[in-house]
Design a protein around this ligand. Structure first.
Ligand SMILES: Cc1cc2nc3c(=O)[nH]c(=O)nc-3n(C[C@H](O)[C@H](O)[C@H](O)COP(=O)(O)OP(=O)(O)OC[C@H]3O[C@@H](n4cnc5c(N)ncnc54)[C@H](O)[C@@H]3O)c2cc1C
Length: 288
């Protein structure tokens, strides 16, 4: 859509809501912010009327950078972010790290409702249903903020239409870092609107498998080790991962992604892409 049309739509929304006229390019307004730990927060922003995306995709978001000391000019400071809300939601949700000396998140962590962020409405990504062949069981493997794309997919009816069982594994260092994901899953069944949209029988398809690597919790360890030694399968009563039935989506650090790819390939699964759907797909949760 041409930029002038986007602006027209945004101006209309702005007038209806009596909000200030956006001053940033591709500006969206922060609706709410929730801090989960000193390293994690989530927030919701307005959704551009023109933005269509598939649950699991990511966009570039950010803030204006500091003025150049010589020219005084400001440039947008943008980073990739998975959209944590489902494609049907009116607003957009993000789940973010706070890197204390990070160029973006050292500032982004201070946003308040009413503030503006920049959002480039060009969604992309591989953690989408289109990149997987049909299967019976979907494994969602996340570490840290890698939960974000799955927060979107777990709230999308398509996930339940396509699979009989969904195993959501989330590995973090400390118990508090599980809270965003734990509450999201718990609230799916408590929220009447979500239950009606997704169906109680579909919500019963979710198997949540949280693990911690540092702080003591009921299940300790890296998911890669727990898969390799069979603990996950024993705990969930599943007879392993098989290319005929099982599909996977992976979102974590580069090291984690590399390790779990090896594990999944060991089970005979092959990596797919948007243009070539196969058994599993991978996305980086961050670079570095
Ligand atoms: C495809 C993709 C999707 C992403 N989705 C998200 C998301 O949904 N939520 C999110 O918080 N970040 C996400 N990121 C990371 C994000 O783009 C930024 O790196 C992050 O917001 C930090 O920005 P920064 O400018 O403060 O620091 P950067 O200069 O970008 O990063 C500084 C260092 O902090 C560490 N770091 C960065 N991001 C993370 C993270 N998420 N978890 C742990 N350590 C990190 C890395 O070691 C990195 O080298 C995604 C990255 C990619 C490539």
């Amino acid at each position: 859509m041409p930029a002038d049309e986007i602006m027209t739509e945004q101006t209309t929304v702005t007038q209806t809501d009596a909000r200030p006229v956006p001053t940033l390019p591709d500006a969206q307004t922060v609706i709410s912010v929730k801090h989960w730990t000193d390293r994690l927060f989530s927030f919701r922003v307005t959704r551009p009327a023109s933005l269509r995306f598939r649950s699991g995709e990511f966009v570039m978001i950010g803030l204006m950078g500091d003025p150049d000391p010589k020219t005084g000019k400001q440039k947008p400071l943008l980073r990739a972010y998975s959209i944590a809300s489902p494609s049907w939601d009116d607003a957009l949700e993000f789940y973010s790290i706070k890197v204390q000396d990070g160029p973006l998140t050292s500032k982004l962590q201070h946003i308040q409702p009413g503030d503006e962020i920049i959002l480039r409405p060009k969604p992309v990504g591989t953690l989408v249903h289109d990149a997987l062949l049909p299967g019976k069981r979907l494994w969602l493997f996340a570490t840290g903020t890698g939960f974000a794309p799955f927060a979107s997919l777990l709230r999308d009816p398509e996930t339940y239409e396509k699979f009989d069982e969904i195993v959501m594994t989330h590995t973090v260092r400390d118990v508090a870092e599980l809270e965003y994901g734990r509450q999201l899953i718990e609230n799916l069944a408590k929220d009447d609107m979500m239950e009606e949209l997704l169906g109680a029988e579909n919500l019963a398809k979710i198997r949540y498998y949280p693990t911690t690597t540092r702080e003591q919790s009921p299940k300790m360890g890296r998911i890669t080790n727990l898969l390799q030694d069979g603990t996950v399968f024993r705990d969930l009563g599943i007879d392993g991962i098989h290319p005929e039935t099982d599909r996977g989506m992976v979102c974590g650090s580069l090291d984690f992604n590399k390790d779990i790819k090896e594990v999944l390939e060991g089970f005979g699964l092959e990596e797919g892409a948007n243009s070539d759907p196969k058994h599993y797909v991978v996305e980086k949760a961050f670079v570095g």
